[in-house]
Design a protein around this ligand. Sequence first.
Ligand code: BGC
Length: 877
Amino acid sequence: MTINSVPPMVRDVSLEHWDPSPCVLGIGEECPRLSWRIESNDGFKQSSYEVKTSRDGVTSTKRYDTSNQVLTEWPSTPLQSRDKVTVQVRAFDAADKQWTLWSDPVTVEAGLLNPEDWTSRFIAPEKATNVGAMDCPAPLFSKEFELPGEPVAARLYMTAHGVFDAAVNGKTVVESVLDPGWTSYRHRLRYRTFDVTDALYEGSNDLTVLLGDGWWRGHLKWEKRRAFYGDRLALCAQLEVEFSDGSGLVINSDESWSVRNSALKTNSLYHGSTIDLRDCPPSASGLTIREKLLRVNENPACGVEIVDKATGELVAPDGPPIIPTGSLSAQKIWRSPSGKLLVDFGQNAVGWVRLAVREIPEGSRVTVHHAEVLEHGELGVRPLRSAKAVDEYVIDGKNEQTLEPEFTLHGFRYAQVDGVKDLHPKDICMVLAGTGMRRIGGFSCSDERLNRLFENVVWGTRSNFVDIPTDCPQRDERLGWTGDIQVFSPTALYLFNVSGLLESWLKDLAAEQYPDGGVPHVIPEPDAGEIDPPACAWGDAAVIVPWNVYQATGDTEMLRRQINSMIAWVDCMDNLAGDSHLWRGGFQFGDWLDPTAPPDQPDAAKANPDVVATGCFARCTEIVSQALYVIGDNHRASHYSRLAASIRQAFRNAFVSPDGTIVSDAQTVYALAIKWGLLENDYLIKLAGKRLSDLVREDGWHIATGFVGTPIICDALTMTGHMQDAWKLLTQEECPSWLYPVTMGATTIWERWDSMLPDGSINPGEMTSFNHYALGAVAEWMIHHLAGLRSTAPGWQQVEVRPTYFADLQYAKTYHDSAYGRIMVSWHREGELVDMDVSIPEGVQAQVHLADGTCRKVEQGIHHWQTRIDGIIETGK
Ligand code: BGC
């Protein structure tokens, strides 16, 4: 160890894909895997490690002679339900003969791992009463109970048919919202575990739970239908209390509970909520609105009855819940041309409005309408389609109130407030909400327009990871559209820790796949009766998303879990293609939303759908074969590898002419042939690159691709040496382009290139969301080529640093918090001199291509080089 160096440390011990935390409560794995990073500034290299576990007062230590530090084996006997184990890790460097100190302890507690652990039943308001029926106020369940002593530990395990909010002795027990979230309810219903020890006392206590419609009974999809999963809400709660003498008590949801109408008159994810404050108990003044709704009011109590669990397994979460993630203050408050009071929060995002009101007479109504854009100076609500997005409050006339809706979310930047005389900025804010995912990646460069584009991608991610990956957050969809996450997952996985969320979603995908391997277009698919026709690029999510998660995390177990689902989708395509190996005809979304497609025909792309479908088939088959090699199934791997070769051959025979022209001669078909390795030799690749570049130039460097082509076009151009075209495409400002929305003041990525037309009016089509992440997948290219960082081995064990130096860019930087720690690249160019800084954590190897054309291999540490540039890319105006 050198003088002044800090002793090497094991940091951030984490379990599965949960974020590092001193306490992981309610985990669902019997053998959760461990990861950690090593902090050292003197090149410490782990060759062995030890894990110390403390369990039931017994401490034991286990040693492993390996450099693995990510998703390593559970070091103890499998966890049983409720088991609590504390783990600590230390690492050894054999060369230096040095141990790190022990890491901080992490305590993991298992949830309820077996169906028999649930002694509680699902309870619903008695049918005869009408309480909790459709279109009636949200039901408030309550239970009073006595505790013989002060508890030393108490856990509340809870789930619902619907969404829940809960309070123990009047205090909300959770920070999260819309629990238990949305899974494929017919197969997997999530429960959550809460530590309520501090909320309980010796003597009398009460537990209250409010149920909302959520995804279970609320409106879903665009057909204005609701109650896809059932028309009755039901609660399942199990409170387990432990006392100092070792005894315990369990409060189950059963017939002893009561239920009444709450003050939450309506609640809907799409439409908003209505709260009648006059229905909250008088004792509730001074509480938050959430606490008020959870107080037992004066409405008559009714009985409950046991109902069947209308669902498959009860499962523990794989990722974080939906939480309030921050807030935005009002940037501007003004009167619209028609006299409405409007508020601009300066950023299109997801959440709700928190509004303080005073001196409003009893019985008056205050309403908040939401919209992403303004049109003709008023809220532009047409893009919301049938989603009303209105929160309403009936005021009780008592002093000051802070109003917030319950069980709803809106995608908006602007709000219209009715029912108040005037509004002060301090009285209103936007509460941001979404899955509580940790930010792990960023990018910036010397071009402010590109920085805004990148920020728009980040906001699109924050807005559309709401327990599942959604298409959009505002209109009557907000669904797990498979095609969208198929193209966007690499970018999302770079920016945020979404691996737990995606692994959960992939379990849903596998559970909902049809017997022939076909994949519903949205996951979860709420409509049990719906059988979607197979669609390329969308169904590909079954293969591409697990592969991308594997690339980002190195999680082979997840590949093993998903492999049958991956294979099933490829087999489904194989059956459709038959001996020709060409997937022709049938339904396809194709290169969805190609800008030349008419507004009312988003699937009418230039790219031939058979070319796109067969290309996707080849790509997925190749990936399945690689995934099989990874998990050691070489026999099946070689079958799919041969199949992939046959599909590529068939693709070339059917669609590629000897002069290199590909059927339909559209940008997307060249891009996918190049990017997915469908062309057999360098000559054809060169021809395809040349034709792609010609087409891009002929289109004046405007975007001419849809969902399939857009994420890969810059890469295809770069791979074939047409960097300048990629740059000109990326920095085009005229419509259609990535930067056109930026010039129009966009703060998120739009669904269509011209969701808003240059004259400020909203596109007349149906698909006009202003917050769709799919087309933001170009952020990946910015990271790879502008900052120059890419992972070249699963889980970021190896990286390549290789920026392309464009004449118009003076600097670019990026970071990614991999499981090994932060990887950072930053370069700065002054004339011909380029300064390159690279920071690499222990466990990662990097190959750095410097501006002078030389290459260095480096490992852990902070590295700096200054070189003279060889090969700047002129950007040509
Ligand atoms: C969604 C998309 C989706 C598409 C496919 C749209 O309504 O918002 O993003 O992929 O439908 O049809």
